[in-house]
Design a protein around this ligand. Structure first.
Ligand code: M6R
Length: 369
């Protein structure tokens, strides 16, 4: 079923444009978000939500962390991300204004399932974002918004991740419309941005060969750091997770703003650092701050690999390598920036002769605690 691909992961990475397109399909009607699966949540109920708690593990939790930025900006509801196993073993504050959203590709992750059950017992309403029809977590939830990434076989999650962000963004825009927190024009623009993503991921996939070369040059690397800011922060964490699980290389992701609070001490000559550079067009003006982080680590000998949008010339004097992503509104950049990081980890794993689809010690779904 690999259909000519050398690994399931390679196939699934290449299927990401479809994973996003299929998750959008049928959910944008006449320029409006439309999520029929959420009909059991009346508009009044959605307007009454005071807080959203997301429960998930691993890559799914990073999808939640990306979506937090978008949902808070669009729908003006506080969103917190909780690792399922941390959530259920304390006494989390849940009330009837709390919506609990679980994210799980498999729909079978034991800790996430138990977190959802716990939340329901406490009276919360629950929505499941899931990629597997009829799995246990959606059955235990009040509503399910399926991601339509298709079956994901490789242990490392890739196409499910971009589909999860897509589903959460659709949800966020739905919530914003119902709550009246976003002007109509902004809603229309955001939906158009989302619909443009599949073609842009396709463009990023066109860079695969360069990323593969980079990975082959770096096959002996013992440690890689990842920096990001805003929505680029969870992407840095995801890039590090991919590298750990696939290539067994020590990797850590940091919020770029934390550098001076500790991590910069790790920088010594030759240390590879991936930097997810925010768009220079972003309203928060984070771009110059991250460019100056790049200068700081470069001055200490870091080998900088920047993931930066097309035309961003400010990174050129300081980065050793620049991987380009097409222009997109800042909140949508994670859907593009994650792709080279997935490919990098996959290629490095392959360069080391490891099993890309089935890394040691890991299972596709963690159905025990
Ligand atoms: O099936 P789930 O989405 O609940 O799985 C969650 C994590 O176990 C999963 O994302 C894991 O972190 C992946 N191996 C990461 O690539």
């Amino acid at each position: 079923e690999k259909g000519g691909w050398s690994s399931f992961m390679r196939k699934e990475v290449s299927e990401q444009p479809d994973a996003v397109a299929n998750t959008i399909r049928g959910r944008i009607v006449d320029g409006e978000v439309h999520i029929p699966e959420l009909e059991s949540f009346g508009d009044d109920e959605l307007r009454g939500i005071r807080r959203i708690t997301v429960v998930a593990c691993g890559t799914a939790a990073y999808a939640g962390q990306v979506a937090k930025y978008a949902i808070e900006q669009w729908a003006r509801v506080p969103v917190e991300i909780e690792l399922s196993h941390e959530f259920r073993y304390r006494e989390p504050v849940i009330d009837d204004g709390t919506l609990v959203i679980s994210i799980s590709q498999s729909g079978e992750t034991m800790d996430t399932l138990m977190a959802v059950k716990y939340a329901r017992e406490q009276g919360a309403r629950t929505i499941s974002i899931c990629n597997t029809q009829g799995a246990t977590i959606p059955r235990e939830s009040d509503a399910v918004v399926y991601t339509h990434a298709g079956p994901e076989v490789a242990v490392a999650s890739t196409k499910a991740f971009v589909a999860q962000i897509t589903a959460l963004y659709l949800f966020g825009l739905h919530l914003a419309r119902v709550r009246g927190t976003l002007p109509h024009g902004a809603l229309v623009d955001a939906l158009a941005e989302l619909q443009a993503i599949p073609a842009k991921i396709e463009e990023v996939l066109g860079e695969s060969e360069r990323v593969a070369q980079l990975a082959h040059w770096m096959a002996d690397t013992r440690s890689v750091l990842f920096l990001g800011r805003h929505v680029g922060f969870p992407i840095a964490l995801e890039g590090a997770l991919k590298l750990k699980e696939l290539a067994y290389i020590h990797a850590e992701g940091f919020a770029a703003g934390e550098l001076k609070h500790g991590p910069i001490a790790l920088i010594e000559p030759g240390q590879p650092v991936f930097v997810v550079v925010p768009s220079p067009r972003g309203s928060a003006n984070l771009h110059p701050k991250v460019v100056s982080n790049i200068q700081e680590i470069r001055a200490r000998g870091a080998r900088v690999i920047a993931i930066a949008e097309a035309g961003d010339a400010a990174v050129l004097p300081f980065a050793d390598e620049v991987i380009r992503i097409p222009l997109a509104a800042p909140l949508f950049e994670p859907l593009l920036a994650v792709v080279p990081l997935q490919i990098f980890a996959m290629e490095l794993s392959q360069a080391k002769g490891l099993d890309v689809d089935q890394p040691r010690n890991l299972a596709k779904s963690v159905t025990v605690e």
